[in-house]
Design a protein around this ligand. Structure first.
Ligand code: UD1
Length: 395
């Protein structure tokens, strides 16, 4: 029997966990059905520990049936240099001992770049899932992570055509680019059948009914440093959306980084906190933004699916809303997911109050699309295409 190839899969933060779920499943399926004599791939899962809170980490492993990581590097929070450096130091030791045949990294978080850099320096081939995306905004830490990871990777798995074009423009050889589609579409397809089990969805509908909006509500997520690290910006966004909440209540699952900033800047009074009893009907300033702790994937997708629209600065939510046909208002000036703007689900509104109000009126008047126009290859089979391409390349 041939010795299986060892594939190290590295994940560190919430958006990574969601995307490795279909990959791990596709590897399992390949070993069970397609490998001719015994398992052809030995997956080794590394959790860097960048995210460690239950609702940013373990809940995703449970709900998406991701195997327990083989190792957790436990790097935790810190500055960019510190966090990236800690992953590199710990992972270099692990990879040197393990000597995998391939390292697979996902997305654009600090753990992604750290793992790619360590691997390439140890002469281990690197595969990057979600390659080629560009916001062309170098102030975003993720943009730096994306560009550098792509340029040291051997296999670039792209989710959409503009990503292919970006890579070619940067001089990356066509043979290294594999247009496989969006793996997040696979993740959404995995979780959708389970959303009927969500306790959050009926809770949120109940809040919306109590508000007298016939169960209609909007959703809000915010965590980018550019939106939450300066008081005037965060306050501006929250007060603008609080004004708009007169028309539909807004459910706000809050990332721990944002909770910290809201408390530091003393902005709590603009939010009705739903983890406190008794449930508030409005915030102290009269708005109807209802804050809840960050949600797991099952609850988040169930609540997003039922929303009239979503305000967000997350990359993943722009993709998920496109997949679910929910109008999305992106609170950034630029996006790496221009394909979602092109397919008509996403409006880039930035941080300006007037632009957000205009986008809100336009999104609220759009019919919720049962059958959204999806970009090519956002069909739930990206992970299989990735595993297939890697196996073909190894022959
Ligand atoms: C990271 C990614 C971002 C991604 C986001 C999803 C980078 C540069 N950023 O941002 O691309 O969209 O994850 O959530 O990699 N914290 C906790 N508990 C945790 C993790 C973090 O409380 O489990 C708090 C800590 O105060 C920490 C802060 O959140 O300092 C920021 O965490 P970090 O991982 O540095 O970046 P995110 O903002 O989560």
């Amino acid at each position: 029997m041939k010795t299986p190839s060892t594939w190290l899969v590295v994940a560190g933060a919430r958006p990574n966990f969601v995307k490795i779920a279909p990959l791990m499943k596709a590897i399992r399926r390949y070993n069970d059905h397609d490998a001719l004599s015994g398992p052809a791939v030995r997956p080794v899962l590394v959790h860097t520990g960048q995210h460690y809170d239950r609702n940013l980490s373990s809940v995703f492993f449970e709900e998406l049936d991701i195997p327990r990581p083989d190792v957790n590097l436990g790097v935790g929070s810190g500055g960019h240099g510190q966090q990236t450096g800690m992953v590199m130091i710990a992972l270099e030791k692990f990879i040197s001992a393990e000597r995998p045949d391939l390292v697979i990294v996902v997305g654009d978080v600090n753990s992604t770049l750290a793992a790619a850099l360590v691997s390439v320096k140890l002469a281990i081939p690197v595969a990057h899932i979600e390659a080629g995306l560009r916001s062309f905004d170098r102030t975003m830490p993720e943009e730096i992570n994306r560009v550098l990871t792509d340029h040291v990777s051997d296999y670039l798995f792209t989710p959409c055509e503009d990503a292919d074009r970006n890579l070619l423009r940067e001089g990356i050889a066509r043979e290294r680019i594999f247009p496989v589609g969006n793996i997040l579409a696979d993740s959404v397809a995995m979780i959708l059948p389970k959303t009927s089990q969500s306790a959050a969805a009926p809770f949120v509908s109940g809040i919306a009914r109590r508000c007298g909006t016939e169960g209609r509500y909007a959703l809000l997520t915010l965590h980018r440093p550019s939106n939450v690290d300066r008081k005037e910006v965060l306050e501006g966004l929250i007060t603008t959306i609080s004004d708009l909440s007169a028309r539909v209540p807004v459910i706000f699952p809050v990332h721990p980084r944002t909770v910290k900033q809201i408390r530091t800047f003393g902005l709590e009074e603009h939010l009705a906190w739903l983890d406190e009893e008794p449930l508030a009907a409005r915030s102290k300033t009269g708005g109807r933004i209802f804050a809840v702790p960050a949600m797991g994937y099952l609850d988040f997708i169930a609540v997003l699916r039922g929303a009239d629209l979503v305000f967000t600065d997350s990359g993943g939510v722009q993709e998920e809303s496109a997949l679910l046909g929910v109008p999305c208002i992106t609170l950034r000036d630029r996006t790496e997911w221009t394909v979602t703007v092109d397919c008509g689900s996403n409006i880039l509104a930035g941080q300006d109050a007037e632009s957000i109000r205009t986008a809100f009126s336009s999104a609220l008047s759009r019919p919720h699309r049962q059958d959204p126009r999806r970009p090519a290859l956002w069909d739930g089979s990206a992970a299989e295409r990735i595993v297939g391409a890697l196996k073909d390349a190894a022959r």
